[in-house]
Design a protein around this ligand. Sequence first.
Ligand code: ZN
Length: 300
Amino acid sequence: MTDGGSSGGGSGRGTRRRLLALLAGAGGAGLAGQAAGAVTTGHHRVHSASGHAHLAAPAVVGRAAPPKPLIMLDPGHGGKDPGAIGFSGTYEKHVAEAAATELHRQLLASGRYRVELTRGRDIFIPLEDRVGIAEGKQAALFISMHADALHDPSVRGASVYTLSSGASDAQTAALAAKENSADRFAGPRFRATSPEVQEILASLVRQETRVGSARMADSVVGAFRPRIGLLSNPSRHAAFVVLKASDIPSVLVEMGFMSNRLDEAALRTAAHRTVVASAMTGAIDRYFSRAAGGFTQLAG
Ligand code: ZN
């Protein structure tokens, strides 16, 4: 599983890096970097303790372990923005941070990923900056974690959101408006090359990103279904600013609703957050084990 996971993330990141290199007008850099990373014959010899270096077949010797994919976890809200305030007064920002911290712990313990948080403490970060942090570090996956409130306190259950220009339903549109109100909209930034080439490459990146995001959303819903209550039609989409990274598959997970007494009570317990994080870890494993594939040849 480890190999499958790593190579899936690696190839996705490689593709993205090549496309971004092209966008920056440095098309050769990504390919050169990839070639250099693939040859580590000397490294293998060092590992042979006996000194009688056993030379394996070239196909084996030439294969370096790809870097572990970086997962960027984004606990919603923080600092002056409490997020939703729960049925009994719990702040969403605290639930989001506690759940993300537990997921961070579980993912690191798996040994399969590098994991970072957009915020590891109670501070305010504008939405665009959260995207910027993930892009700057070339994350392979972006997961924003929330537990919002709805007007109807009877609505409960988890749901997963991906980016689209139009919302899948009115409830999701309202949710996106609420999430986005923490910040103002700003589109992805691209540099260099002609506008035509930029647009073509950008749309290819977005297409791959959309496919990846949808795959991740399916994976989360599948992992939650047996263990965690879900909304009806739990996979939804809307124009969430925090999901705007053009080149990183991104999902926003609503772990439940603070406006519902039962959801809030569950999310206040470490035991329930552990179950949520465990399901998320399973979803992430599944996402990376099904290698991204796609249009590797296009840029190469
Ligand atoms: Zn939220």
